[in-house]
Write a protein that binds this ligand. Structure first.
Ligand code: IPE
Ligand code: IPE
Ligand code: MG
Length: 254
């Protein structure tokens, strides 16, 4: 199971092992061009392709993309249905490319809210790519960080009912084992495009010690150059995980 950054100091490297992105700004990208918001979502799919390709090439192991939040159902019905259609289309068209690139696809979130055809496509795409290991691409769909913690709590208690009688025995490890991305290490680098500086109910548990990078760039304009700039910024961060700078540099030992 993945190591918790609040329990153990994780190993770090110059290239983040796990990158998590809030792909924001599609609507504003389109409005600026007097196009319907949905045109921005369609264009955003190209940025997803680029991000997967670049991360795979640079040796990132886990790329996690926020595609649809549990709060995005509040949007106008036609925008929600276009987003669902794009998701279906991507699952139909992109799996061959993922296979070529050695990408394993995971989709996490409350998938029960999606229509059966979309749920089937998700299962098929996950099964077809299950043997891949170069890059784990996780798409968060109908995902919310609070939903994740709640479902983990429920599933932990179902798996270990004795914990309900002994709450003091519940530790981070017990809960984290049931989070929807329990197989992955916590994100090293979080990126949010579109200029907002908030987490918007993304991976709230797992982002505890991520480096947070915000850029004004709208998601449809986010390409290799912007990703490399984020990696460059990441490389300059000193990841202390609670320690002093001297400890990080080994001056006083650990
Ligand atoms: C992000 O872009 C995509 C989704 C939330 C699905 P937005 O649609 O939020 O774009 P802005 O923030 O309105 O520009
Ligand atoms: C966050 O973007 C969700 C996704 C990118 C899928 P939003 O555009 O929905 O976030 P808020 O509501 O402005 O914070
Ligand atoms: Mg937005």
């Amino acid at each position: 199971m993945a190591i918790s950054s609040t329990q153990v100091v994780p190993d770090t490297s110059a290239i983040p092992q796990h990158v998590a992105i809030i792909m924001d700004g599609n609507g504003r990208w389109a409005s600026k061009r007097l196009l319907p918001r949905t045109a921005g979502h369609a264009k955003g799919v190209q940025s997803v392709r680029r991000a997967v390709e670049t991360c795979g090439r640079l040796g990132v192991k886990y790329l996690t993309l926020f595609a649809f939040s549990s709060e995005n159902w509040r949007r106008p019905a036609d925008e929600v249905s276009l987003l669902m259609r794009l998701f279906v289309q991507a699952l139909e068209r992109e799996v061959a490319r993922l296979l070529e690139q050695g990408v394993r696809l995971h989709v996490v979130g409350d998938l029960s809210a999606f229509e059966p055809r979309l749920q089937d496509l998700i299962s098929q795409a996950q099964a077809k790519t299950a043997h891949n290991d170069t890059l784990h691409l996780t798409v968060c769909a109908n995902y919310g960080g609070r939903w994740d913690i709640l479902q983990a709590t429920r599933n932990m208690l179902l798996a270990r009912p004795e914990l309900a009688q002994n709450p003091a025995a519940i530790d981070e490890e017990a809960l984290a084992a049931h989070l929807s991305m329990a197989w992955a290490p916590e994100p090293d680098l979080f990126i949010r495009t579109g200029g907002e500086q908030r987490i918007s109910n993304f991976l709230i548990w797992q982002l505890a010690y991520a480096e947070l990078f915000f850029t004004e760039c709208y998601w449809p304009d986010f390409g290799e150059r912007e990703l490399l700039a984020a990696f460059e910024w990441y490389r300059t961060r000193e990841r202390r995980f609670g320690r002093t700078s001297a400890q990080v540099h080994g001056v006083q030992g650990r």
